[in-house]
Design a protein around this ligand. Structure first.
Ligand code: ZN
Length: 173
């Protein structure tokens, strides 16, 4: 997703050591995410950034409700997200970095935008399939679903039963 201005951290003015930041993801974030499934939410993002002369070790923690739709009954579903992600930024451009966790920043960079990493942390914390707890689905849909299950249950074929019986007898000494 596109960078949001509020997630920019001007690290060049920070002293070495650990710094904490907090963001809140509300409707504008979910609208900008481009994820059709994300209806909204109220997620708190806690970021700690440990700065040294060569690295920014960044930990992102997301927690709070995201409004989705149930994959079973399509009714509204509030999913509690709990996500954690670590991202390390190298302050000096390095070539041939083969590590997903390590991102090399341009030597002249003085700020970093975290929207992409926050988005990723949230996306990874959400399961692909999300459904209501048992018994919490829309009762109308539940009725239709339970009927479908019954109708699709295979009816035992009496001829097959006879055949199975014969085979069992054959196996007996
Ligand atoms: Zn449901």
């Amino acid at each position: 997703m596109d960078a949001l201005q509020e997630h920019t951290i001007a690290f060049s003015s920070l002293k070495d050591g650990e710094h904490a930041f907090q963001f809140r993801l509300e409707q504008p974030f979910f609208d900008a995410s481009g994820e059709e499934e994300w209806e909204g939410g109220n997620v708190t993002v806690e970021v700690t950034m440990d700065k040294s002369s060569s690295l920014l070790v960044t930990k992102i923690h997301t927690h709070g409700p995201v409004n989705l739709h149930c994959d079973r009954c399509n009714g509204p579903l509030e999913f509690m997200v709990e996500g954690e992600q670590r991202q390390i930024f190298s302050l000096h451009a390095q070539e041939d970095i083969d590590d997903d966790e390590l991102v090399s920043l341009d030597d002249r960079a003085h700020s970093i935008n975290l929207t992409h990493y926050i988005y990723e942390c949230l996306r990874l914390a959400l399961p692909i399939r999300h459904v209501h707890a048992p018994g919490q689905c829309d009762p109308e849909v539940e009725k239709v679903l339970s009927k479908l299950v019954v109708e699709h249950e295979p009816i035992p074929d009496p001829r097959w039963e006879v055949l199975k019986e014969l085979k069992n007898q054959e196996r007996k000494p």
